[in-house]
Design a protein around this ligand. Structure first.
Ligand code: ADP
Ligand code: MG
Length: 253
């Protein structure tokens, strides 16, 4: 399988008021096409820093990141914004839907920005909303639907352009446990059935157990990794074991 993401010797040093802090030391990682990779680690480990760099929002101090063969650390802002729109899908904890647009308008926004024809847009949105069970929410506004429906709409928006990589940052952080499980199953199905490549950042072992591989970071270095066997429940237990060896089990939030 091809690599979708390759990060080499990533280092990030924050400097403020004459004080420097190295948040990422020397991170090397690869994500292959069709993988579903979780990033875990205690609060302050460097997860957000890593995600910001991979999502092209922040630059590393040194090292480089290629996504689909393109080195994002060498692109100017113009190229980056088109790259983000075409190659990356984003799913956030708080959905980031636009409140003045309907669910349908939110979902199709990336296609509309890419000047895709109206007929194709209609076709795509019908297909995707049917798959996610949100067809009857399309003409509603975000405030009129549940958290789980909002997040399914946000995932639909993230994948409607068929991005090379989907980046999900605590996508179940604002949801109750039933909706969380549904969203995680949705991501897992996208990965299994549509071969979507997904990177999920989470502090939650239950959420992480839906991934196929977990990378643990601690103090800005990759500490260890785990691969899922046949059972999600066993994987969940192994994740808890690693988290307890990482020391700080009360992570993030
Ligand atoms: P995590 O998401 O795993 O909790 P972060 O990537 O947010 O960790 O932070 C990693 C470390 O870098 C922390 O010690 C944090 O205080 C520090 N840090 C994050 N952002 C900044 C910043 N803009 N300036 C200075 N230090 C920062
Ligand atoms: Mg964070």
């Amino acid at each position: 399988m091809n690599n979708v993401l390759v990060a080499k010797n990533l280092k990030k040093v924050y400097a403020s008021k004459g004080v420097t802090y190295t948040a990422l030391h020397d991170i090397n990682l690869e994500i292959k096409e069709g993988e579903f990779v979780g990033i875990m680690g205690p609060s302050g480990a460097g997860k957000t820093t890593l995600l910001n760099i991979i999502s092209t929002i922040d630059n590393p101090t040194s090292g480089n990141v290629t996504i689909g063969g393109d080195d994002i650390t060498k692109m100017n802002e113009d190229k980056l914004s088109s790259f983000r729109r075409k190659k990356l899908g984003f799913v956030f904890q708080d959905y980031n839907l636009l409140n003045t647009l309907t669910i349908k308008e939110n979902i199709v926004l990336p296609l509309a920005l890419s000047k895709v024809g109206a007929k194709e847009i209609e076709h795509e949105v019908a297909k995707i909303s049917d798959k996610f069970g949100i067809s009857d929410t399309l003409n509603k506004y975000p405030y009129q639907v549940s958290g789980g429906q909002k997040q399914r709409a946000a995932i639909a928006r993230a994948i409607i352009t068929k991005p090379a990589l989907v980046l999900a940052d605590e996508p179940t952080g604002a949801l109750d446990s039933k909706s969380s499980a549904e969203i995680l199953q949705t991501l897992s199905d996208l990965n299994e059935n549509d071969k979507a490549t997904i990177m999920l950042v989470t502090h939650d072992a239950f959420a992480a157990s839906y991934c196929k591989r977990i990378l643990f970071i601690k103090d800005g270095v990759l500490f260890t990794e785990l691969r899922k066997g046949n059972s999600r429940k066993e994987f969940f237990q192994k994740i808890l074991d690693v988290l307890s060896t990482l020391g700080n089990t009360v992570t993030d939030i």
